[in-house]
Design a protein around this ligand. Structure first.
Ligand code: FAD
Length: 289
């Protein structure tokens, strides 16, 4: 599908990176970020290993992006952390001029025993608001297909509400391929009176085996027809990517038609698939300079 003849109204785009662990990866990420920057995103975000395992690299990557003149927000997870350690990290972010965060619970690596002083993301949001007032714009995670550990569907929704009530400004969803799950989630949030912007998370499709592994872990459904089709392509990556571009562009077009406030791309530190999806959606207008 190519909808570039019908440009979408202005949408807030954002792109997620993970912190590279080699110098070569860091150099490549600068190039990737500059390619994505042509789409004039509102911000880039950089993931954070639970228990602080990538803390230094997250900050380093955020600062590297900011040095290139880009807006960048670190993710921050609280599980396994103490109040003192998080206060110090937040102060460091503030001192560096960072005022935008993605606040998460995170998942403890298996075998890690210490849960720390935080159990859930709503506690982190409350802590940030208590200690730093309105300094940070806070994004939280949302799960249209429900968090895999949720005790019940209603419970998961109410737990999302706790994060909003604690002071989250906006949310980014886990990725999904069934737009109805997002529409239903938004509808349920509206019924609870939640009015913060909820940005759909978009995962371009690069490799099926990797996508299947991630999706099993995070509870995202890959619809049967998509799974079957990609299984049939076997190791034919160009065909999987061509199929994925059609499917994900179509998903984004449906979301845009529904009036989403923006799109958050899980880039896996690559630019080409996100750039192509945006081009097909007509979102790269005015960026080809
Ligand atoms: P929470 O909102 O705390 O929810 C976790 C579970 O606990 C849910 O089942 C919920 O229903 C339940 N729950 C929540 N609050 C309560 C409560 N008060 N009482 C009882 N139950 C409760 N992980 C990383 O490690 N690093 C990252 O950088 C990262 N970035 C992410 C970005 C996005 C946009 C998303 C969607 C996920 C990201 N994750 C990241 C994954 C995330 O850490 C995991 O999904 C994690 O399992 C849950 O984090 P959360 O902040 O959603 O947790």
């Amino acid at each position: 599908m190519d909808s570039s003849s019908h440009p979408a109204p202005s949408l807030a785009l954002s792109f997620e990176f993970f912190p590279p662990n080699t110098q070569e990866g860091a150099v490549k990420l600068t190039q990737t970020a500059s390619e994505l920057a042509r789409l004039k995103p509102e911000f880039f975000s950089v993931t954070y290993g639970a228990g602080g395992s990538t803390q230094e690299r997250t900050l380093k990557t955020v600062l590297q992006l900011r040095e290139s003149g880009l807006c960048a927000a670190p993710h921050l997870s609280c599980i396994g952390s103490t109040k003192d350690s998080l206060r110090a990290t937040l102060q460091q972010y503030k001192d560096q001029g960072i005022d935008h965060l993605v606040a998460l619970r995170g998942d403890l690596p298996s075998g890690t025993a210490t849960a720390g002083e935080f159990h859930y993301a709503n506690e982190l949001v409350s802590f940030i608001r208590h200690e730093f007032g309105q300094h940070f714009r806070i994004e939280v995670a949302a799960y249209p297909e429900f968090h895999p550990q949720a005790k019940s569907v209603q419970n998961d929704l109410l737990n999302f509400k706790r994060k909003v009530d604690a002071g989250a400004d906006s949310a980014i969803t886990q990725y999904f391929y069934n737009p109805d799950s997002y529409f239903h989630f938004i509808n349920q949030c509206e019924k609870l009176g939640l009015s913060i912007p909820i940005f759909p998370g978009i995962m371009p499709i690069g490799r099926f085996s990797q996508l299947a592994r991630f999706s099993d872990a995070c509870g995202t459904e890959i619809p049967r027809w998509m799974r079957k089709k990609m299984e049939d392509y076997n190791d034919d990556i160009p065909s999987i990517q061509a199929f994925g571009l059609d499917v994900v562009t179509d998903l984004c077009a449906k979301l845009i038609a529904h009036g989403v406030p923006g799109l958050h791309f899980y880039t896996m530190n690559q630019s080409s698939l996100s750039v192509e999806i945006c081009r097909r959606l007509g979102l790269s207008k005015g960026s080809e300079t």
